[in-house]
Design a protein around this ligand. Structure first.
Ligand SMILES: [Zn+2]
Length: 226
């Protein structure tokens, strides 16, 4: 994902772009027009702008602005809410969100950490709190261009819907047991609550009233008592 206040700095076919909805450089709408096929991330630079991402950094917003912006202006219609901040401020931002009632799981953290090596901030890489995306350079392609690596959660790949368990069969429930003498016996409950059963006449032999291996005769046991 690329961002820059100068639209001429972007590569010709970026996968994803980020831009401001307001402030001194409102690039977002122009970016959408210029790169219609890219993923777009809108960024708010103050606490009363509607966007998907909130830019918390000196000169824009402060960490304590985070929770109110999230509740009142965070736009999650295109994907999860994103909070942007410098990596060294990540923990402070996470704490401010948390004390405002916004759990870490409710937003993506996009950190800025210019190591000029592609990485996502985290305890296992640079030691800063775990981010979901990291802006790791402000000189991508030797230009005045920021580049970030972001997780799949940023764009497009919506979480898979929770699988619905199959409906239980509503006509029959079946259970087979082994009797003490080794004969199989099968019980079936109909949706009216009637229980029927059939049984082998001897272990590994045919079933009562049927050809071997085929169940053709059932005997009703009525309904369970109670
Ligand atoms: Zn880092």
């Amino acid at each position: 994902m690329y961002d820059s206040i100068d639209l001429s700095q972007f590569p010709s076919n970026p996968e994803a772009v980020a831009g401001y909805v307001g402030g001194y450089w409102p690039t977002y709408n122009e970016l959408c027009k210029k790169f219609p096929n890219a993923h777009h991330l809108s960024i708010a630079v103050n606490k009363s702008q509607r966007a998907r991402c909130f830019d918390i950094e000196p000169g824009n917003a402060v960490p304590s602005d985070g929770p109110a912006w999230f509740k009142n202006y965070g736009d999650d219609s295109e994907g999860p809410i994103v909070i942007y901040c410098g990596a060294s401020a990540s923990q402070q931002v996470i704490n401010a969100m948390s004390s405002g009632g916004i759990a870490r799981s409710r937003y993506l953290l996009w950190s800025a950490h210019y190591t000029y090596k592609e990485h996502t901030c985290g305890p296992g890489t640079c030691g800063y709190p775990q981010a979901d995306g990291t802006q790791w350079t402000d000189k991508a392609m030797g230009r005045n261009l920021d580049q970030s690596i972001v997780s799949d959660a940023f764009f497009g790949t919506a979480p898979a819907p929770t699988p619905t368990p199959p409906e239980p069969a509503d006509e029959l429930s079946i259970c087979t047991v082994v009797n003490a003498d080794g004969r199989l016996e099968t019980f079936v409950q109909t949706d009216e609550g009637q229980i029927w059963h059939s049984w082998q006449v001897a272990p590994n032999a045919g079933w009562e009233g049927s050809a071997p291996g085929k169940v053709t005769k059932w005997q009703s046991m009525g309904r369970p008592g109670g």
